[in-house]
Design a binder for this molecule. Sequence first.
Ligand code: GDP
Ligand code: FO1
Length: 314
Amino acid sequence: MTADHGFVLALSGGIGGAKLALGLSRVLPPGTLMVVANTGDDFEHLGLQISPDLDTLLYTLGGIDNPETGWGRRDETWTFMGALEALGGETWFKLGDGDLATHVERTRRRRAGESLSAITDDFRHRLRISSRLLPMSDDPVRTRLLTDEGWLDFQDYFVRRRCAPSVRTIVFDGAGAARPQPDFVAALADADLRMVVICPSNPLISIDPILALEGVRDALRACRAPVVAVSPIIDGRAVKGPTAKMMAELGMPVDAGSVARHYRDILDHYIIDEADLAGVGGLDAATTVTRTLMENIADREALARVVLMAGQGV
Ligand code: GDP
Ligand code: FO1
């Protein structure tokens, strides 16, 4: 991946990460953003291969995301789910009619032997997305959680049990054997790489699976380009989802500094919200304080610009 002014690599989970990825894609020259997505949330459901974070990024970058849920497609219809329910099928994981097409086509092409990367690349071209979008690996990695209710697969914990169980341990099954996506690895060593952005995603279940892949943490440490992270914690709370609850259950202080310490060995620059200024003393990384809540497109673009400036200043 080349461009006159180099390119930016973003590591992302789903909903929070996709907000900043969209901002970056809108302020960078076309074709100069590469987004690497967590696939630890992927699972097989109703015989279909579901990749929630990749799809959230595809729909968000493609401008067809659902602004109410953050996942799934805009203007969705639910005929399939209704018909499935009438037949007594499983309905705890909601698949809209348009979204269903993504899973059916992905599953067909995976069974025909295509890699997840190749399918994702084709999908993003068809959605006219100029940024590259890669799964962190083409090999299966499955996030599982040890909770007070025993071991749970990720979507059983997240969607079926609505993150209610208390988390004791998180594992990424397969991460030790999974090969990081080759273009991702090459990007980390590319002289044209301007910076790595860790999006404001859940560090424990969205970013850690990417960092758990063989060689990724070392490559980030060795990488000449600066690593800039944005805090997913604002005013000591998560904007959405279980990040704060999980941090507390795993014994981490629930504040923005705690996330920076989690990335301590790879982080050059940390971006925190104005509301968290008091809680981030003593960090090794340079710090920028700004508004980090992304409520609209202008917020996403403004934060993206701050991130890019921070990366230049390291
Ligand atoms: P998931 O995979 O769908 O759970 O999404 P991510 O892991 O990518 O993002 C979840 C995180 O995004 C949560 O910790 C939220 O606090 C964070 N988040 C969501 N919206 C915003 C926002 O506007 N600003 C910041 N700074 N964080 C956000
Ligand atoms: N999240 C939910 O909370 N409930 C759902 O019914 C649900 C369905 C769903 C369907 C497709 C898809 O790509 C994502 C979906 N999500 C749903 C999001 C969830 O799977 C994500 O893993 C989490 O948001 C964490 O990334």
